[in-house]
Design a protein around this ligand. Structure first.
Ligand code: UT7
Length: 323
């Protein structure tokens, strides 16, 4: 049967590093508070004029190189983002143009911090049904552009970045030992719309708006939904949580990640944590974390991974993937 297997991964963080001390010069906060409550030590902010598509292109070039493929074989570009270059066209078409990719399918997907989990699931559906052969699946964000730098409760939590994978349809034997995406699980609950949102938009205010969040409610739901999504996706494949080699969760807050690891009874050294070095980069956080663990040799071929995320909406999702 056809499975979507990862041929290569790459990521990119903008050059400008903003430390917690830098944030403390903007708002009434401290390095100590940010570290203790979130585990974050620094974030990267895009340069003036550096757009989400630029971050996406930089990550994609690395993913394409790692995959060792001819970029002309890419027939699907999917960008998970809540911070597109423009209202339209899709940032995916900007990526397509900047990379000189051939005519194919290209669109953006908006599921906020759950965007990459959603994008893997959608790309997988297109690949295993033969609608596309090779996909560039990207999470890319410039959240620094939608932060209220007078709100200490939110502006210290987010950063900019991008991560990308080349996902390709490949024949596999058709059992749980296969490489590739083995299962995905997605969900959303619009009743929670008001807990995490941007207070502007095209059809509401005709402004870009800034991020607003009820941190405590988001925290509570995040632990629950991230855990449930992981349990659901493993069960869908007929496997057990004990079979997982690594959990690669959305990187929002170290305390959320640790609570999820505990709830799922996954040992801390099997949980990938990179939030300290880039803060919450929304849809980019999972591929950023994944890339670090692949490059440092923790994740290797044959490893069974659960990627799980939760974001505004609320939206959540998970993918079970054999590397
Ligand atoms: O992808 C999902 C995106 N969002 C998230 O993952 C965020 C989820 N939520 C969280 O991570 C946590 O709720 C926060 C990190 C946002 C906050 O942590 P908390 O332990 O829930 O703190 P809190 O909101 O209960 O605030 C505790 C105190 C408050 O002061 P008082 O009212 O107790 O005097 C806040 O005003 O900390 C204060 N505070 C800060 N102090 C210093 C809030 N932000 C800051 C700050 N620096 N940056």
């Amino acid at each position: 049967m056809l499975r979507s297997i990862v041929l290569g991964i790459g990521s990119y963080l903008p050059e400008r590093v903003v430390t917690n001390d830098d944030m403390a010069r903007m708002v009434d906060t401290s390095d100590e508070w940010i570290r203790e409550r979130t585990g974050i030590t620094r974030r990267h902010f895009a340069a003036e004029g550096e757009a989400t598509s630029d971050l996406a292109v930089a990550a994609s070039l690395r993913a394409i190189e790692a995959a060792g493929i001819d970029r002309n074989s890419i027939d699907l570009v999917l960008v998970a983002t809540s911070t597109p270059d423009n209202t339209f066209p899709a940032t995916a078409t900007a990526v397509q143009r900047k990379l000189g990719l051939p005519v194919g399918i290209a669109f953006d997907l908006q599921a906020v911090c759950a965007g990459f989990a959603y994008a893997i699931s959608v790309a997988d559906a297109l690949l295993v049904t033969g609608r596309a052969r090779r996909a560039l699946v990207i999470g890319a964000e410039t959240f620094s552009r939608i932060l209220d730098f007078e709100d200490r409760g939110t502006c210290v939590l987010f950063g900019d970045g991008a991560g990308a994978v080349v996902l390709a349809a490949a024949e596999q034997p058709g059992h749980v030992g296969d490489r590739g995406v083995l299962a995905t699980a997605l969900g959303a609950d619009g009743r929670q719309y008001d807990h995490l949102y941007v207070d502007g938009g095209v059809s509401s205010t005709q402004t870009t708006g800034v991020l607003r969040m009820n941190g405590r409610e988001v925290f509570r739901h995040a632990v629950q939904r991230l855990s449930e999504a992981a349990i659901e996706v493993v069960a869908k494949a007929g496997l057990r949580l004990a079979d997982i080699d690594y959990l690669v969760p959305h990187q929002a807050n170290r305390r959320i990640i640790e609570a999820v690891g505990k709830r799922l009874d996954i040992a801390p050294d099997q949980v990938i944590v990179t939030v300290d070095r880039h803060a919450n980069t929304s849809a980019a956080s999972i591929p950023l974390a994944l890339d670090v663990a692949v490059k440092d040799g923790r994740i290797g071929e044959g490893d069974l991974l659960v990627l799980n995320a939760m974001g505004g909406g609320f939206t959540w999702g998970a993918a079970l993937l054999r590397w």
